[in-house]
Design a protein around this ligand. Structure first.
Ligand code: HEC
Length: 174
């Protein structure tokens, strides 16, 4: 009889232990879930995941506006859009973006930023006409990078036309 009650209390004790273990595991899982947003950030507070397509939409819009400005010989506005594109590209180049094993940031350094640099140089040294005539340099940069990052089906060309009906692209007459 004595022995039986000992076995009984041992079993009961074991049961309590199992329940404790389960509860603490559930708690741990909940804590891990709770801290997930923090885990998605790098120590410097930058989000780990950059939505590259959002930046691309911006680049595409700036590309069209750059073309519209160049098309009417507006050097000041063309310079502005080159600068905006440069900043957008730098954000990706500095963002440590690696997608499915492809280093997108490195590709931006290789294909994107040098093309902008060349057009900036042309604009400064030879004028807006020369920059506009060499717009293909930038298009080539876009497409070479799409090939390098396994998006060869995204093919960019120089605009044949573009419209932002609520913005003037002609230079300001002083
Ligand atoms: C890093 C090199 C790189 C450069 C340079 C680059 N792209 Fe991209 N682009 C990408 C990647 C990577 C994607 C796919 C994004 C994704 O998977 O979310 C993309 C996607 C796109 C898309 C599809 C998304 C959409 O909004 O339809 C467009 C358009 C685009 N790029 C335009 C451009 C233009 C215009 C340029 C040049 C002015 C350019 N890209 C230069 C890497 C690049």
């Amino acid at each position: 009889m004595h022995r039986l009650s000992l076995v009984f209390s041992l079993v009961a004790l074991l049961g309590v232990g199992v329940v404790f273990f389960q509860v603490s595991r559930m708690e741990q899982a909940r804590n891990e879930q709770g801290s997930a947003p923090r885990a998605a950030e790098e120590p410097n507070g930058k989000p780990e995941h950059m939505e590259v397509a959002v930046y691309m939409g911006r680049l595409q819009r700036f590309h069209q506006k750059l073309w519209l400005a160049g098309n009417v010989g507006n050097a000041e506005l063309a310079k502005f859009y080159l600068h905006e594109m440069e900043e957008t590209m730098e954000a990706i180049a500095d963002g440590h973006v690696v997608e499915e094993g492809v280093n997108v940031s490195a590709a931006m350094e290789t294909h994107g930023l040098p093309a902008i640099g060349k057009l900036e140089d042309l604009l400064e040294k030879e004028g807006v006409g020369a920059m506009h005539a060499n717009g293909g340099i930038l298009v080539e940069g876009c497409n070479n990078c799409h090939i390098a990052t396994e998006h060869m089906y995204i093919r960019i060309k120089e605009p044949e036309a573009a419209a932002f009906p609520d913005q003037y692209f002609a230079p300001v007459t002083k």
